[in-house]
Design a binder for this molecule. Structure first.
Ligand SMILES: Nc1nc2c(ncn2[C@@H]2O[C@H](COP(=O)(O)OP(=O)(O)O)[C@@H](O)[C@H]2O)c(=O)[nH]1
Ligand SMILES: [Mg+2]
Ligand SMILES: [Zn+2]
Length: 353
């Protein structure tokens, strides 16, 4: 294993996965950027351009993406990616359209950093979407409250965010003053991807961590609209080890195919629901509802329950479009919910097998 590759996140497990490719004379590299069918690949000591040898009809999910480890065929006439190594994690987002087609944002990310600017009130519903995408990827979410130098009340903001992010570490920091940057360095994974809205301060964080201007950042504009920023690189190896992946800012993010992610994002509600008297409680007017109980005594906000429902509906809706069995199950569940609202036909938890 070369030190050059390990600076990009290569380890003994990747090495052993790669053994059969190495036998075929192929060389490992990490995808740094995808540019219209061509791939910028990093070998540790250089950045090269490669073409993908991907068959027609291959799913978009299987195309090489930023962060992928790939096998390269080093032909004299040019480099060709022959294979994508099995991914450990994958950050996917739903495309904006109505079709439930995913778009790969980054592969093999251990820590999903979600940047949330403290200069304006945090949109918790949007943060919860980013968290769902992060959990669904298989990586560990890390919420970073940026621009602490311009915040009025960091503590209150942090508490609100912590309630919306069970299971995730939440850090407040300022790239401007350096406050909180050491804690961030300690919390980074081997590969960390930065997600968040445009203007959240992602590229500024990348530059600060890299110790140089590797990413273009936005000029501050009076009208609050983000300027289009030209990205120079996407995947950056840090001088002290570790890799960062900057992503373009997103207005919103879909959670269409993220049912596991939703469950993890709302683990507090899912745990509470375990204690509801009825196993199929929909947390409306049922007696013995632990979720409503938590709202009543202030441990859970109504806002968060609504956000959970919204995400669940989105996931179900996407699933049903693609799957007749899921469509039928939904019809059944819907019938049960309408019955439940009339207070009829519920199953007591103890009656269930
Ligand atoms: N006051 C202050 N401004 C910051 C900080 N970090 C970033 N900014 C500003 O926020 C704006 C957006 O930053 P940028 O890194 O381009 O955001 P991105 O779109 O998420 O990559 C820029 O004008 C930055 O100068 C910070 O810690 N404090
Ligand atoms: Mg940026
Ligand atoms: Zn309930």
């Amino acid at each position: 294993m070369t030190d050059l590759l390990s600076a990009l996140g290569w380890d003994a497990d990747w090495e052993s996965t790669f053994a059969s490719y190495a036998d075929r004379g192929l060389v490992p590299a990490r995808v740094g950027r995808v540019d219209r069918g061509r791939f910028e690949v990093l070998t540790g000591d250089e950045t090269l351009l490669a073409l993908g040898q991907i068959g027609a009809g291959t799913l978009i999910e299987q195309q090489p993406a930023t962060g992928d480890w790939v096998a390269l065929d080093t032909q004299p006439e040019g480099l060709v990616i022959t294979d994508v190594l099995p991914r450990r994690t994958l950050i996917m987002r739903s495309s904006a359209g109505r079709r439930s087609e995913g778009q790969v944002m980054a592969a093999n990310v251990d820590t999903v950093l979600i940047a949330v600017p403290l200069e304006r009130e945090t949109k918790l519903g949007q943060l919860e979407r980013f968290l769902t995408v992060a959990w669904e990827s298989g990586g560990q979410p890390l919420v970073v409250l940026t621009k602490a130098d311009v915040a009025d009340d960091i503590e209150t903001a942090q508490l609100r965010v912590e309630e919306a992010a069970p299971g995730a570490t939440v850090l407040a920091l300022s790239a401007e003053t350096g406050e909180g940057m050491e804690a961030l360095r300690a919390a980074l994974g081997t590969t960390t991807a930065l997600l968040g809205q445009s203007g959240a301060g992602k590229s500024t964080l990348v530059n600060t961590l890299a110790g140089e201007e590797v990413m273009a950042t936005q000029e501050t504009r009076q009208d609050g609209k983000g300027r289009h920023t030209t990205t120079t690189r996407e995947l950056i190896a840090l001088p002290g080890g570790g890799v960062l992946i900057d992503t373009p800012g997103l207005r919103g993010i879909g959670v269409h195919d993220a049912s596991d992610g939703v469950a993890q994002s709302f683990s507090d509600i899912e745990e509470l629901a375990e204690a509801c008297r009825f196993a199929d409680c929909v947390h409306e007017t049922e007696p013995g509802c632990a979720v409503r109980g938590a709202i009543t005594d202030g441990h859970l906000t109504e806002r968060r329950l609504l956000s959970y429902r919204k995400q669940l509906r989105e996931v179900e809706w996407a699933g049903r479009r693609n799957d007749p069995a899921a469509r039928a199950a939904h019809a059944k569940r819907w019938a049960r919910m309408t019955q439940a609202n009339k207070g009829l036909g519920q199953t007591k938890r103890s009656d269930r097998p």
